[in-house]
Write a protein that binds this ligand. Structure first.
Ligand SMILES: Cc1cc2nc3c(=O)[nH]c(=O)nc-3n(C[C@H](O)[C@H](O)[C@H](O)COP(=O)(O)OP(=O)(O)OC[C@H]3O[C@@H](n4cnc5c(N)ncnc54)[C@H](O)[C@@H]3O)c2cc1C
Length: 86
C-alpha cells in the first residue's frame, strides 16, 4: 500500500472521489475538455460499488420528459463509448 501511495500524484486541479460510472465518466469528460490534471480516488477498487454489480439495463423511458431526454443522450454516449475510449 505504501508503494502505491508513493506513486500517487501530490497535486491536482480536480479531485474526483469514487471510481464508479459517475466518477469515471466525469473524469473522462473533464480530461476530454482539458479541464486540468484530474486525479480520481477510489477507496476500494474501480467498479467495486453499484457500477460493478448492476443488471446492465438501459432504460430510455423515465419519470419525466427531461429525464427521458437525458437518458436518450446517455444512450448515444454509451453507444459511442468504445470508439471514444479506444
Ligand atoms: C443490483 C443493482 C442492479 C442495478 N441495475 C441497474 C440497471 O440495470 N440499469 C441501470 O441503469 N442502473 C442499475 N443500477 C444502478 C446503477 O448501477 C447505479 O446507479 C450506478 O452504478 C451508480 O454509479 P455511481 O458511480 O454513482 O456509484 P458507484 O458505482 O457505487 O461508485 C461509487 C464509488 O465510490 C467509492 N467511494 C465511496 N465513498 C468513497 C470515499 N469516501 N473515498 C473513496 N471512494 C469512495 C465506492 O467504493 C464506489 O466504487 C443497479 C444497481 C444495483 C445495486
Amino acid at each position: 500500500m505504501n508503494q502505491q501511495m508513493n506513486k500517487m500524484a501530490n497535486t491536482a486541479d480536480i479531485v474526483m472521489i469514487g471510481g464508479g460510472i459517475a466518477g469515471l465518466s466525469l473524469a473522462v469528460e473533464l480530461k476530454r475538455r482539458k479541464a486540468g490534471h484530474v486525479v480520481l480516488i477510489e477507496r476500494n477498487y474501480i467498479g467495486s460499488g453499484a457500477s460493478g454489480r448492476n443488471v446492465g439495463r438501459i432504460r430510455a423511458m423515465q419519470l419525466t420528459e427531461s429525464l427521458t431526454r437525458y437518458a436518450i443522450l446517455c444512450q448515444k454516449k454509451y453507444d459511442q463509448m468504445a470508439e471514444a475510449l479506444g
